[in-house]
Design a protein around this ligand. Structure first.
Ligand code: SF4
Length: 380
């Protein structure tokens, strides 16, 4: 179980970033899991040619994303005990990198490196972005916090479009290795029907390779609003679904997500969530936010409204990352995140939403604080 001190530390590490000594980085990409930039880049600065850990473990099992910032006061150093986290010269606690999955070394039958197709997030979440593409960039209408295109261009580390058969192969390897407990599946912006058909094929391939009828995990599709669309996702075999609303305040949503808001209104999202709760069941639906751009008050209004519908929340801690329009800005303080997420956790707890942790849990999530805050209330 985590502690309030660890939650505060995680918030500060996500807001301030972290760095590591050369000695501390030994073994990253060999025995420890490295970043592979499966979708977005979350570091404060690009690091082409340097292997960095994807995430690391704080006391109590709290997982925190490694966000490289060479000016951060936080630094991981090698010590007699293993790895120790410092804030300037103050020794804070022992930490550990996560083991590198064995399938990262394997290739598919088609000859592609499996790690270029799927990656493990945190300790146990197998992540696939079936297509690293978003049409809003071409129209210069991308979300202001998003760096999908520059991440692909900078690192060129994953296949932009993945074959269904190969996704199944990677899922089989990851689940059989015993590392993956959950799946997280997303794509760029798609034509509705094409995406539904593709997800159906992917899930059939994953089922065949893992031997699982229903897959514990979450699909984050382009917003589907019709009952038929939601039913089709449910029938594909995935256990949970989420919709990325990003920002609750409507005026800010339009300003921060110009392309997306012109295609999908807040009411469209709410309709989709209501339908999804009916189909997938309470707790098996997520409203996904970027936390830290809009005021606390409107963010918490969103949490209240979404949980009142029977859905859970995933609020990612905003990183003003390179390549996004907001590069170089600053997120709110760690204190702000701590206080806000504690209030959010209280709202979710009071709404008595089933935890849904069989589909997405605190071990999946190095870049959100809500699971950790809920753990403080005994929700694992
Ligand atoms: S919809 Fe927004 S957040 Fe999603 S990929 Fe496109 S620009 Fe990025």
């Amino acid at each position: 179980m985590g502690s309030i001190e660890t939650l505060k530390l995680k918030a500060e590490l996500l807001v301030e970033g972290v760095r590591a000594s050369t000695e501390a980085l030994e073994g990253v990409g060999i025995v420890y899991k490295e970043q592979n930039h499966g979708l977005f880049g979350w570091d404060f600065e690009d690091h082409v040619g340097t292997r960095l850990p994807d995430d690391f473990v704080l006391p109590g099992g709290t997982i925190v994303q490694f966000r490289q910032n060479s000016r951060s006061p936080f630094k991981v150093r090698k010590s007699d005990k293993g790895l120790t986290l410092f804030k300037l010269e103050e020794e804070l606690c022992e930490v550990s990198w996560l083991p590198r999955p064995a399938f990262y070394e394997e290739k598919t039958r088609g000859g592609n490196h499996m790690v270029k197709i799927g990656q493990i997030g945190g300790e146990d979440c197998l992540f696939f972005c079936y297509q690293n593409y978003c049409s809003y960039f071409a129209r210069k209408q991308q979300c202001l916090f998003c760096n999908l295109v520059s991440t692909c261009d900078t690192y060129d580390s994953v296949l932009r479009k993945k074959e269904v058969r190969e996704i199944g192969e990677v899922a089989g390897a990851a689940f059989n290795e015993g590392l993956a407990s959950h799946l997280l599946l997303t794509g760029g912006c798609f034509n509705h029907r094409r995406e539904i058909d593709l997800v159906r094929e992917i899930m059939a391939s994953v089922s065949e390779r893992t031997g699982l009828d229903r897959i514990p995990g979450t699909i984050l599709p382009s917003p589907a609003v019709g009952v038929d669309d939601v039913l089709a996702y449910y029938d594909s075999g995935i256990q949970a679904i989420g919709f990325s609303l990003e920002i609750w305040d409507e005026a800010m949503y339009k300003a921060i997500c110009p392309g997306k808001s012109s295609a999908v209104s807040r009411e469209d999202f709410l309709r989709g969530i209501r339908t999804a709760v009916e189909v997938f069941g309470e707790g098996n639906v997520y409203g996904v936010f970027v936390m830290g751009i809009e005021p606390r008050k409107t963010f918490l209004e969103g949490v209240r409204e979404i949980t009142a519908l029977g859905a859970n929340i995933v609020p990612f801690v905003w990183s003003p990352n390179p390549g996004s329009m907001l590069e170089g800005h600053r997120a709110p303080t760690g204190e702000w995140y701590l206080e806000t997420v504690l209030e959010a956790a209280e709202i979710v707890y009071e709404a008595k939403i089933p935890s849904g942790t069989e589909n997405h849990c605190y071990k999946c999530d190095g870049n959100s604080l809500l699971h950790d805050a809920s753990r403080l209330k005994g929700v694992e």
